[in-house]
Ligand binder design. Sequence first.
Ligand code: MTE
Ligand code: LUZ
Ligand code: MOS
Length: 750
Amino acid sequence: MKNIDSFGHVRGESLFVDDITTLQGTLYGVTFDSPKAHGTIKNIDYSTAESLEGVVKIFTYKDILGENQIGGIIPDEPLWAEGEVHFIGQPIAFIVATSEAIAKKSRALITIEIDEKPVITTAKEAKEKGSFINAPRSFKLGNTTTSFSNCKYVIEGETFSNGQEHLYLETQGCYAIPMENGNIKITSSTQGPTSVQKTVAKVLGVSMHKIEVDVIRLGGGFGGKEDQATPWAVMAAVAVQNLKKPVKYILNRHDDLRMTGKRHPYESTFKIGLSKELKIQAFEVEFLQNSGAAADLSPAIAERTLFHATNSYFIPNVTTTVHSCKTNLPPNTAFRGFGGPQGMFVIEAAIAKAAEEIGVNKKKIQELNLLSENDEFSYGQIATQVEIKNSWTSAKSNFNSAKLEEEIVNFNNKNAQYKKGLSFMPITFGISFTNTPMNHARALIHIYQDGSVGVSTGAVEMGQSVNTKMLQVASETLGISTSKVKLETTNTTRVANTSPTAASATADLNGKAVLKACNSLIDRLTTVASALLAVDKDVIEFKNNMIYANQQQTSLTWEKVVEQAMFERVALSENAHYATPIIHFDKSKEKGHPFAYHVYGTAITIVTVDCLRGTYEIDAVKIVHDFGKSMNIGIDVGQVEGALVQGIGWMTLEEISYNEQGQLLSNALSTYKVPDVFSAPKTIEVLPLKTLGNEQAIFKSKAVGEPPLMYGIGAYFAIQNAVKEFNPNYQLKFDAPFTPEKVLMGLYEE
Ligand code: MTE
Ligand code: LUZ
Ligand code: MOS
């Protein structure tokens, strides 16, 4: 089944926030943000800006009736700056005017004086100056200190991985309208409708029930709208509360790039110890996360870095520490993988460096240390239904890696200017919000009296096709065709207290709730059908819009049963709640069982480097991925392909650049390069690993959204191998992204 939005998307008929028909009297907002990265506001002059014709009002913190606070995990972020500014792009005021053009013109007329203070842009500098978001966290398994003293090889090194711009096609935005009695309805491009509702209520000083948040769909989120869709909606809501007029606020690309946070850059140092037999005995790492100027989701992201610091390997002695470092950059935020990719890059770098120093192939160390059944992760969870070796050996055999490697040797022997490199990248990613209390969801199903069905859940559609999957769950469970089922918008008045659409867990959590609700409805309808057919309840089945008894199709239709149920006053609506069983985590011990299950897979990446120019092409990526029992292989393979290319972009081309004053230099697509169709791999092959699937996954179809992003890390190491082929003097560096400039330097370093 195709994504149900595909026709609407290609015809341009799908609705996004900016497509909603505006009401008469709608006003438009724009943010005035800090031009300096750190300092005290001495003076702001709004007078000329305010007097511009068409400007209705300029809002500042003084207009807030509730709290000037939008921080989630830690309340450390004002909606609008009061005395101090902490990053370039920090919102200070909100101009509301009769048109967007006037609002922007007004913004340019505001003048500000700031007493500048020292600016910190890197995590290392923040750590040296003691500038942190919160206390560091550490995970420990075994004893690294004693283990290192018994290791044959001990290798140390450092890594850097840069941030990443989300570049959702639809920029951040919202449309807020006044309803009666001071109630406000907000359509928002958010992954977290409940976070928007909760924060709006807090800042406005009203109860949550006065705020309705509706989400149609997002033109991409990728984590960038998990927390950072909220401020814009709150600003518009403050204006609606005050002016009692509809207010629309869609950020233009420049404002979005400048004011929103990105994937966190990490600077890390590692120490890895191996035995004579190349078994990894001990691993220590210190991660410095560049969190930006406020917490946002940084502590949760830092935590997931620790969870994935050993990637797919069993290491008996582990000490990992992460510091969330406070800098004068926009608060960095969730991005597909949520700190996991940053953790995995370091262990892969450590293995690469160890292999280089020992003089063996990296693949050999990787292969010797892959997780086995019942191995313990550093956080105490015991690995079960482990598919990592399966995916690895299956990738080797299905893609004939020995032959691929031989072809590369031949190619490299014959070519002076071009060199090829190959890498293996295994992934192991935990599914569940690491914060256990977030792992629950609800669904509300209405069967209308004509037999058509409306499904509401807490899931937000953002291109990952969760709505298609929800529709599949409902239609399969009710035994009716997909055309009878409609996915409703995500709305806080229909499904309340939702966790954000994140952690790749949305289809599992909401799908299980849909399944539960549909099963309850089927149970009631079965009673109705059994009376109509005069047969026992347990011989009845709902299938293909018909009722079956004893596996024989009867003449009773779905519509007829629904009609009868209505006549008998049987409830045709159902609300269900699902909470992931088994999971738990004790932060005081940093041990537990945080994940419902893990997703596994292995990618083989082949690249060709042009050793004259430093440019490269990704020839092929060949993946064996653990989908469980995929409920929609087309959609799932699409997720793997998209995530892979996004991961390759992070590792190769995408270079976020701030100057020392904290100003974003890569503030347009002329200076920030994302993979286009030419720099994406020439071929991508994705083979589903044959497994039994996992009971905790919806229909045993495993979560797929984030894990494959980390296959992209393979591109870094494949390029590195090609560079080594050309230049034997090249000293391994782990400084992502591996841009063509850095490749060129590496090719010719002495
Ligand atoms: N796919 C598309 N097309 N657009 C997106 O914004 N977000 C990713 C992933 N796939 C995203 C996407 C991220 S960051 C997550 S967490 C998951 O989808 C969330 O959806 P799921 O939980 O339904 O997998
Ligand atoms: N968001 C979150 C996430 O709040 N907790 C998580 O564990 C998580 N993991 C991945 C992506 N988003
Ligand atoms: Mo995804 S980073 O969990 O939104």
